[in-house]
Design a protein around this ligand. Structure first.
Ligand code: HPA
Ligand SMILES: [Zn+2]
Length: 352
C-alpha cells in the first residue's frame, strides 16, 4: 500500500475537491477502446462505409442507451463496433479518446481491445494494430500520455477461439502488455479459460479478468486461483463474501471499479448506493475508472467527481482512490514514483 503523505487533507472542502479531481493526474486501468465510440463518430463512420444503423440521428443513438443489464448493453455495443472497418477508423477512435483522456488528467492508460469482435467480421488483426498503435504513438509524442494495450478474450465464445486470437496476435506481441477477459459474465465462469491464461502467463503477459460485475463472488475466486490474475475488473460482488474481502485486502489485489457503468447496467439503482466507500474502508486496493464512457455517460473524471459527491467521500479518500490507480498500474517503480509525485503536488497545492 502506498503510504499516505503528510498533507492537510481537511483543508480541501467539497468545492475545491471537485476542481482538484478534474485536474489531478490519473491512471485509467479499465477502459474498453470500443466503448469510447461516441454517437457522432458512430454515425460518421457508418456514413463513410455505407453501414446501415437503426438510428436516424445522435439523439436516437443516445435514446437507445437505456440498459437493463450487461447483456442488454453488449448487444448494442457489439453492433456499434461494426462501423469500425479500416486502420484509419481504429486510429480515429483511439486518438479521439486519447485527446479527451489527456484533457481529463489521465497520464497513463491501460486500454482493453476486443480483437475477436473485429476479426469475426473479417477485419485482419494487422488492421487493428496499425490503427491503434499509430494513435498510441501520437498520444505519447503529442500529449505525453502513456498508453498500453490489453487484449481481451470474449468469454461468450469458446476457449479455443480465445487461444486462436492470442496466437494470431503474437506477431504484434511488442504492442500489448496483457490479456483480459470480458463480455457476458453470467454462465461463462473464469474456469473455462484456464489454458488461454496459462499461455498468456507463459508469454510473460500481465493477466486481468472481469469478475464479480454481475457474477457471483465464486467467479472472483476462480479468476484469482485458476487464472492467477493480477487485477480484478469490477469485482464489486466481493462484498457478499467476507472471506474473499479479507483475501483481497490482505493481498492488495486491485479492483478496477466503474461506478457509472454499474449504475447504467443496473447493478446498483444509483450512485448513493454504490459500495465504493465500503470497499475502500475495508482496505481493498480499489480505484475508479470508466469502462465504456461513450455508453455510460462519463469519463474517468466524471466517475470520480460524481461518486465522491454521491458518497460524500473525503479528500483523503479521494487521494487514496487515485493513489490506488497508480499502485495497480503495470508500470516500473521510477515511473510510479514520478506519477505519485505529481499526484502529491496536485493535492498539496489544493491543501495550501
Ligand atoms: O462492463 C463490461 N463487462 C464485460 N464486458 C464488457 N465489454 C465492454 N464493457 C464490458
Ligand atoms: Zn469492462
Amino acid at each position: 500500500m502506498i503510504p499516505e503523505p503528510d498533507l492537510a487533507f481537511e483543508r480541501i472542502g467539497p468545492g475545491r475537491l471537485v476542481e482538484l479531481l478534474k485536474r489531478a493526474p490519473k491512471a485509467e486501468l479499465h477502459l474498453h477502446i470500443e466503448g469510447t465510440l461516441e454517437p457522432e463518430m458512430m454515425l460518421a463512420l457508418a456514413r463513410r462505409h455505407g453501414v446501415a444503423l437503426p438510428y436516424a440521428d445522435v439523439e436516437a443513438v443516445r435514446a437507445a442507451y437505456a440498459f437493463t443489464s450487461l447483456q442488454s448493453f453488449l448487444d448494442l455495443y457489439y453492433a456499434g463496433a461494426g462501423v469500425l472497418r479500416d486502420a484509419q477508423d481504429f486510429h480515429d477512435l483511439a486518438w479521439a479518446y486519447f485527446q479527451r483522456a489527456a484533457a481529463d488528467g489521465v497520464v497513463h492508460a491501460e486500454c482493453f481491445v476486443d480483437p475477436q469482435t473485429h476479426t469475426a467480421r473479417g477485419i485482419p488483426m494487422a488492421v487493428l494494430f496499425e490503427g491503434l498503435v499509430a494513435a498510441q504513438r501520437r498520444a505519447q509524442t503529442e500529449l505525453g500520455l502513456s498508453v498500453q494495450w490489453i487484449l481481451c478474450v470474449l468469454r461468450h465464445l469458446s476457449e479455443d477461439e480465445g487461444l486462436a486470437m492470442l496466437e494470431a496476435a503474437l506477431p504484434y506481441r511488442e504492442h500489448f502488455i496483457g490479456l483480459g477477459l470480458d463480455s457476458s459474465e453470467r454462465d461463462h465462469p473464469p474456469r473455462q479459460f484456464v489454458r488461454v491464461f496459462e499461455r498468456a502467463r507463459a508469454l510473460g503477459l500481465h493477466v486481468v479478468a472481469h469478475a464479480g460485475e454481475e457474477g457471483p463472488p465464486d467467479y472472483i475466486w476462480q479468476a484469482l486461483d485458476l487464472l492467477q490474475v493480477q487485477r480484478i475488473d469490477h469485482g464489486v460482488q466481493a462484498l457478499h463474501d467476507p472471506a474473499l474481502m479479507q483475501r483481497l485486502a490482505r493481498e492488495r489485489v486491485p479492483l478496477t471499479v466503474c461506478p457509472l457503468s454499474n449504475v447504467k447496467l443496473c447493478v446498483y439503482p444509483d450512485l448513493t448506493r454504490h459500495p465504493l466507500g465500503r470497499l475502500l474502508d475495508a482496505g481493498l486496493c480499489v480505484s475508479v475508472h470508466s469502462d465504456d464512457p461513450a455508453y455510460f455517460g462519463g469519463y474517468v473524471g466524471d466517475n470520480l467527481v460524481q461518486t465522491v459527491a454521491a458518497l460524500g467521500l473525503s479528500a483523503r479518500q479521494a487521494w487514496r482512490l487515485l493513489a490506488n490507480g497508480f499502485e495497480a498500474a503495470f508500470i516500473d517503480e521510477p515511473t510510479r514514483a514520478r506519477y505519485l509525485q505529481r499526484l502529491h503536488a496536485a493535492f498539496a497545492a489544493a491543501a495550501a
